[in-house]
Design a protein. Structure first.
Length: 139
């Protein structure tokens, strides 16, 4: 199931793109979460090759330019659950619908997942940053 991990990861990368070397505490204050959550998600972004950190230097830096980082890259970095949609367990095999529902929904959900991934792949961190700047100017 999709949770807030993707939006938090995009938030982290947006902050780092605009102000490298922010501490986990500063990022956490912007996200309004615990710094431990920021460190955990930042670790996943590091393992995916999107963020870098150095001993003795606070905070993080991007490893690629914002136009090279797709939202799909970010999604894959923080998506620990492989199934976008969960299907309930053990429907009744003696029921016609129960017997076929999982297979039927698998096909539908796979196409929805693919459409979502295609859309995420068409958007970059730079697109997000540009929209953020436009929103800031319009306020």
């Amino acid at each position: 199931m999709i949770n807030t991990r993707l939006s938090v990861a995009i938030h982290i990368l947006s902050l780092v793109a605009t102000e490298p070397h922010l501490s986990s505490d500063r990022i956490a204050s912007s996200v309004t979460t615990n710094p431990v959550v920021i460190r955990r998600i930042s670790g996943e972004l590091r393992r995916a090759g999107l963020l870098a950190s150095r001993a003795g230097v606070p905070g993080f830096t991007l490893t690629k330019s914002p136009e090279e980082i797709t939202l799909l890259d970010i999604y894959k970095a923080v998506n620990l659950e492989k199934d976008l949609f969960a299907i309930h367990d053990k429907p009744n095999p003696n029921c016609q619908i129960g017997r076929e529902i999982q297979h039927t929904l698998d096909l539908t959900f796979d196409s929805v997942r693919q459409a979502m991934e295609n859309e995420l792949n068409s958007k970059t961190l730079r697109d997000v940053l540009q929209q953020l700047q436009q929103n800031i100017r319009n306020r």
